[in-house]
Design a protein around this ligand. Sequence first.
Ligand code: COA
Length: 167
Amino acid sequence: MALEIRIAKGGDATAIAHVHVESWRAAYQGLMPSEFLASLSVEDRIVFWERCLLDTPPTTFVALDRGNVVGWASCGPSRDDDGAGTGELMAINIRPSHWRSGVGRQLFNVVKKELAAFPILTLWVVQGNARAIQFYSAMGCHPDGATKSIRIANFEVSELRMRRRTT
Ligand SMILES: CC(C)(COP(=O)(O)OP(=O)(O)OC[C@H]1O[C@@H](n2cnc3c(N)ncnc32)[C@H](O)[C@@H]1OP(=O)(O)O)[C@@H](O)C(=O)NCCC(=O)NCCS
């Protein structure tokens, strides 16, 4: 696969939103209520991404396969209370059709480089998202003991934090 990775532009909002919804529906089956996953709206996500892409941070990268967005990742300074001087991978989502093709690895490496001014990068992952935890472990990250519960719509999920050095 000839993958191109570049910083996302305003015109990528629709493609990013499609990958976002498709990826969540596949990844969080069994981890989040099915009614919630069915209710995810590409139109709402487009509005979100059109706004989000105007701001920096976060910086969002897209991965393109033959011109089509097949994955994206957002990163910036950590938003955690104890995260001073730490970079954060806020989210990474790959189209399910392209899972396990190395797209995540290439995006992760670009994010790691982007965050190189910080000695450490952290990320939060939903507990039970075994695919993502295995991916992050393969990327050299390990749980650092921090956990939190976040509210999404009308339910809560538990997340754990993972980290690695950026060098
Ligand atoms: C997690 C995710 C980003 C991984 O991206 P990907 O492009 O599929 O991962 P890669 O193909 O680059 O995999 C790199 C390495 O991670 C590990 N890995 C990835 N998926 C794995 C799986 N399902 N099982 C075990 N190891 C896995 C492997 O070591 C793999 O290397 P290998 O294929 O040479 O063995 C992708 O599955 C995804 O978008 N999931 C849904 C959204 C999500 O959960 N995002 C993370 C939370 S925000």
